[in-house]
Design a protein around this ligand. Structure first.
Ligand code: C2O
Ligand code: CU
Length: 495
């Protein structure tokens, strides 16, 4: 062999050595055109009992949970109450140009506007929402973020239902059992549809609402580069000096922001759950997690007040025409780990039946056929992510850690969890119940919850771009299966 040919051969071999493994990884990352989330990744029993009849090893060797005799379909996990609806709402979704804060954007609307209408219902009432898809090409759903609905009402395309196609409709039906501030949004191609405006606020009023309090929903959203609150730049609400207001801050964006005010406030609720013994806060901001909600209570001073939602949006409350200058951003922050007073949890996180790890990292590779630097869960890239398996009644602990270089708002559907500790420091304030938790780079949270809502539930990052890039796992109950599939004819694409 000539020197020339040898050199050529060696060069070809070297190329193959580089190309072949990359080609393999690329090929491995391609998703089939349709699949069940139950087949994704690997089963994690969290040290608890496995299903009977299993050969008993966690592993990457696939798992078939579909054809189990007697398994309950998520489609049957509907609202148990069969009484007539107390509140009925019709929502018509459209795609196209919509006006927000005087600007035309290319997005989505519900009943001709974005945000969609605020839905208000009294605790204990049965809410029925009829969703019509007028012309949204990719199909739509509605997820009730933070409401622990029965699984069939959870609105996740490809997991709890099929996407609602153009010209079709779908009815959601559930009892609003817990008072609080929530929101709803599409869970089909979420990273586009939510950003583009397919969302709104849901307020569940307590049975006995305190009299004379002015209720101010404040839903914060960024459309491209346009930051808005309630669809405007600065929202003005009329109230008399001395009146109490409850500002229900909702973060529908992909990242956290800080809220602060020109007057002292109390943090009344976090993610729909009341804080126990909230104390007055002055010169401190409070972080509102992406997807999360914070309710603030304030008394209107003589010349009005201003609640600042990040530096770009605000709510002014006061006499007609009141203008309140932007208060300086405080240097300090309310720490929900120690805010408020302790109260019983109703269960003992120390006595857990299962313990899971949800460690978010980052590394280069391929996800869905695309090369890039992607999020990992417990070291694995999507779709090789855990399926956390629980049984009804289990006390579940989860350690959520983040070494990925970015913040992640972690959101488990269908449950509220409570913070046990952060970076080894135990929670000492009011029980910090959440459905959306801001996990900063370098942080580790211990959280716990009771598995009391059977189904197949997403457990993902609510930076919806991160979810699209694979920061998604699921929690499923033993004995439950989903007949729905990602992809396929309905084009289900939950992220
Ligand atoms: Cu706001 Cu998967 O949800
Ligand atoms: Cu994230």
């Amino acid at each position: 062999m000539s020197k020339e040919r040898l050199r050529l051969l060696l060069a070809s071999v070297a190329t193959l050595v580089v190309v072949l493994p990359i080609g393999y990884l690329w090929q491995q990352s391609l998703m089939p055109s349709t699949y069940s989330v139950m087949d994704m990744g690997y089963v994690d029993y969290g040290g608890g009992p496995r299903r009977s009849g299993d050969d008993g090893h966690d592993g990457h060797d696939g798992h078939d949970m579909h054809d189990r005799a007697g398994a309950t379909s998520v489609a049957d996990l509907t609202e148990r109450s069969d009484r007539a609806a107390d509140v009925t709402v019709d929502l018509v979704a459209r795609q196209g140009t919509v006006t927000v804060a005087g600007r035309e954007i290319d997005g989505y609307s519900l009943n001709g506007r974005t945000p969609g209408p605020t839905i208000e219902v009294t605790q204990g009432r049965l809410l029925e929402v009829r969703l019509h898809n007028r012309d949204v090409e990719e199909g739509i759903t509605l997820h009730w973020h933070g409401v622990d609905v029965p699984n069939a009402e959870d609105g996740v395309a490809g997991v709890t239902q099929d996407a609602v196609q153009r010209g079709e409709e779908h009815v959601y039906r559930f009892v609003a059992r817990d008072a609080g501030t929530y929101w709803y949004h599409s869970h089909q191609v979420s990273h586009e549809q939510v950003r583009g405006g397919l969302f709104g606020t849901l307020v569940v009023q307590p049975r006995r609402a305190p009299a004379g309090v002015v209720d101010v929903p404040a839903v914060m959203h960024t459309y491209d580069s346009l930051t808005t609150v309630n669809g405007t730049r600065t929202d003005h609400v009329t109230a008399r000096p001395g009146q109490r207001v409850r500002v229900r801050v909702v973060n529908t964006d992909n990242g956290p922001f800080q809220a602060w005010a020109s007057a002292p406030y109390r943090v009344l609720a976090v993610d729909g759950t009341d804080v126990h013994g909230p104390t007055p806060v002055e010169d401190e901001a409070v972080t509102v997690t992406a997807g999360g909600r914070v309710d603030l209570s304030l008394t209107v001073p003589a010349d009005g007040l201003r609640v600042q939602l990040g530096s770009a949006a605000a709510v002014v409350v006061g006499r007609e025409g009141a203008e309140v200058p932007e208060p300086d951003a405080p240097g300090a922050e309310v720490d929900l780990l120690s805010y408020g007073a302790p109260a019983p949890l109703g269960f003992d996180p120390a006595d857990a039946d299962r313990s899971f790890r949800y460690a978010v990292g980052r590394r280069p590779g391929f996800v869905k056929g695309r090369p890039g630097l992607f999020w990992t869960v417990n070291g694995h890239l999507f779709p090789d992510v855990p399926m956390f398996v629980v049984r009804e009644g289990d006390v579940v602990r989860m350690t959520i850690s983040n070494s990925s270089g970015d913040v992640h708002p972690m959101h488990l559907h269908g449950h509220h969890a409570v913070v046990v500790s952060r970076d080894g420091r135990r929670a000492t304030g009011s029980p910090w119940w959440f459905d959306s938790l801001d996990v900063e780079d370098g942080e580790t949270y211990e959280v716990a919850f009771v598995a009391d809502n059977p189904g197949v539930w997403m457990d993902h990052c609510h930076n919806l771009e991160h979810a699209r890039d694979g920061l998604v796992a699921h929690l499923m109950y033993d004995g439950v299966r989903t007949p729905y599939r990602v992809g396929g004819a309905p084009g289900n694409e939950p992220e």
